[in-house]
Structures are given as C-alpha cells and as structure tokens.
Design a protein around this ligand. Structure first.
Ligand code: PEP
Length: 264
C-alpha cells in the first residue's frame, strides 16, 4: 500500500510565538510544492493558538508535543485533549523519549530525571485519550545506546508498543503514526544508518500487524526520528518501511526543514 509521507516538526522548548509564526509563514511555499506530503508542526503549548490561527485553511497541520490523559479538572500544569482540539491540533506527539526521561546525553542531575516520568502505562493512557478525542497520535519508541549495545533494541521497542497500545483496537488506529526514535540518535548528530532504521521500522510494522491487524499495520505510518537533516534525509526516505520523519533541530530553520520536506 502506498502510504502518504508524513514529516513532523518537533520544535521542543524552542521558539516564542512570534518566532514560530514567522517560521510557519516561511514554510507555506514548500507545502504548496509538496501537496503529496503531510507536514505537521508541533510548537510548545503557549504557541499553539498563534501558530494554529495561521495554519487554519492551510496545507500544513498542527500538532502538540504532549497531552494529559484526564478529561479535565484539578491537574495543575496539564493540558487536555479538548484544549488541543480547541487550538486546532490534529496531531500530538506521545511518549517522546525526553518525556520518558530517557535522555541520550543528559546534562540533568539523576535526581531530576523522575520529573520526566512517562512510562509505557502513562503513554498508553495518553494515546487512548488522543484517539478518543480524534487527534492523531505520533507515538515515539526507541532504545537507548546501552539497550542497543546489549542487543535489546527489539525487546525495548516491542514492550513500548505493547504498553502504548494496550486496550486499543485496530479499528481505532486510523491516523496513528509510530516514530522510531533511537535515543542515542536524538540531538546527537549520529543519525541511524538508513538500512538499520528501515529494519527496525519493519520490525515495528510486523509487531503492529500481530498486535492489531495486517490491514491496520499497512496503513499506519512508521517514521524515523533522530538527527534527520537535509543531507541524510533522502537515503532514509528511499527505504521501504520509512514513511517520513519526526524532526527536531532540523525543523527550526525554514530553509533546512523545507529541504527535508522536499526530500520526502
Ligand atoms: C526528536 O527529538 O524528536 C528529534 C528527532 O530530535 P533531533 O532531530 O534534534 O535529533
């Protein structure tokens, strides 16, 4: 099945609202050229409304970087799925390794890591909330360097998928995307070799086929994320099981992100 390419920009804790809106404006021409590619911008929460207002009626879609699983109530500092919909979000990243406290080369003191405390269980709760709210999740999975060196890549990815998808039916997964994001490749400049990224993305698809259904696995887009830039994007996009990318640092400059979208 030919799946539409998806390129999502994870701005993380970068760009104020005015900076985000000028970057967004600079991307419209590229989205016009590549109407065959889904482009999703994921600003920080305070910029969602400003960027969302610009994106209304455009070819580019809006995503958030996280969500809380509760519907509403006394959850200080959290953001609900209804609030994301209100801002215009059609997508939301969930289970990013930085939210799971799995930093590749963290400058954080170990006692601060529990602050970033998502687990496979909380990722599952968030994912179900997003599906319920009709927001397309971009589910992140991936191993640390230590886990890769111990030969545990598949085990880690399998457990993360099982945790996130527990209680989810194939019929509910329309619009779900899974991003394979090896933690050691995120923000390090060490992109995963295209063939190896494709192998793990293929493994993810085979797990989705077993856990959901072959039909669901065939339509779910599997992305690669981790130090994608305009120079290494094309070989990744040539691989059969890589349907696009989740891009961090490479999405913060219009020219660079535009070249990645053009390579898709
Ligand atoms: C990310 O954190 O989702 C990511 C892919 O970051 P970067 O592109 O900067 O490695």
């Amino acid at each position: 099945m030919a799946r539409r390419r998806l390129i999502a920009a994870n701005w993380k804790m970068n760009l104020t609202a005015p900076e985000g809106t000028s970057l967004t404006e600079a991307l419209f021409s590229v989205a016009e050229i590549r109407r065959d590619v889904d482009v999703v911008l994921c600003p920080s929460f305070p910029s969602l409304h400003a960027v969302g207002a610009l994106l209304r009626n455009s070819l580019v879609q809006l995503g958030a970087q996280d969500v809380f699983w509760g519907e509403k109530g006394a959850f200080t500092g959290q953001v609900s799925a209804a609030m994301l919909t209100d801002a215009g979000c059609t997508h939301c990243i969930v289970g990013h390794s930085e939210r799971r406290g799995r930093f590749g080369a963290s400058s954080l003191a170990p006692e601060l890591l529990p602050y970033f405390a998502d687990t496979d269980g909380t990722v599952g709760l968030k994912l179900r909330r997003l599906l319920f709210a009709n927001i397309h999740p971009i589910l992140c999975v991936g191993e640390t360097l230590e886990e890769r060196e111990a030969g545990r890549t598949e085990d880690v990815v399998r457990l993360q998928l099982e945790g996130a998808l527990s209680g989810v039916d194939a019929a509910e997964t329309f619009g779900l995307a899974v991003a394979y994001e090896p933690v050691w490749a995120i923000g390090t400049g060490s992109v995963c070799d295209a063939g190896e990224a494709n192998r793990v993305c293929g493994f993810i698809r085979s797990r989705l086929a077993e856990r959901l259904s072959p039909e669901a696995a065939d339509q779910i887009r599997v992305l690669y994320g981790g130090s994608v830039n305009s120079k290494n994007a094309a070989p990744l996009f040539r691989e059969s099981d890589i349907d696009g990318a989740l891009v961090g640092a490479g999405s913060l400059k219009a020219a660079e992100f535009g070249r990645i979208v053009l390579a898709a």
